[in-house]
Write a protein that binds this ligand. Structure first.
Ligand code: MN
Length: 227
């Protein structure tokens, strides 16, 4: 096979305790998956069906400073647990869904909230608010073989050592297995897919110079500086 130009390298994430790395296929993100965050964004937290948007694999930012993006003056942090799939398919039953999970990580769904807000107002898609360069700072992965499937545990984000977001995995409106099952009815899931599972309440703006420290109990810790 000859390409008309050299294709970019496959985006991949390291895995704790393994030499092999995890090749990333797609990134799905769940919207409003913690009731307190739905309320703070002005929505009814009742269990409406989950909804999704996507980021791009090359939006991932591993172990590096977060460059404040252009065209925004209101960039928000959203700390989230990342679910990494080793297998996929369509219409996966809830009871089989966790069999698809390779492992977990910690990520930030960085959001140009001002641009997202304009999109919402005008009924336009969210990509310019969500899927910009470096918009997904993240850690490497830990395998489910090592840590199991966390369904409770603290999730928090500190900025400059001050707590901003706080929640618990047991507050997820759509649990990981339910999310995979529902998503697999909309898309054919595949090995390498990542799912950002939603953020607890307390989202807010970041400034250049801020040090972000995120935590998901049993999964990992993420640190990045806004530059
Ligand atoms: Mn999010």
């Amino acid at each position: 096979m000859t390409y008309v130009f050299q294709p970019p390298a496959i985006v991949s994430l390291p895995v704790r305790g393994m030499d092999a790395v995890f090749p990333v296929h797609r990134i799905y993100c769940v919207g409003r998956n913690y009731a307190a965050h739905a309320i703070e964004m002005g929505h009814d937290p009742d269990r409406e069906p989950p909804f999704f948007f996507q980021k791009n694999p090359d939006n991932l930012l591993l172990d590096a400073d977060f460059p404040y993006p252009d065209k925004s003056s209101d960039v928000h942090h959203e700390i989230e647990m990342i679910v990494a799939l080793k297998s996929g398919g369509r219409n996966i039953p809830v009871e089989n869904a966790l069999d698809c999970v390779f492992g977990y990580g910690v990520g930030l769904d960085m959001t140009r909230r001002d641009l997202q807000g304009e999109c919402k107002k005008m009924g336009r898609p969210w990509e310019i608010g969500k899927a910009f360069e470096h918009s997904a700072p993240c850690t490497g992965l830990v395998s489910a073989e090592e840590i199991g499937h966390p369904d409770e545990g603290a999730v928090w984000l500190k900025i400059n050592d001050e707590i901003r977001q706080e929640g618990d995995l047991n507050q997820l409106i759509w649990k990981v297995a339910e999310t995979i099952s529902y998503l697999s009815g909309l898309f054919e899931l595949a090995p390498g897919d990542l799912i950002m599972s939603g953020t607890p309440s307390g989202v807010g703006p970041v400034q250049r110079g801020d040090v972000l420290h995120g935590y998901v109990e049993g999964v990992g810790e993420l640190r990045t500086k806004v530059v």
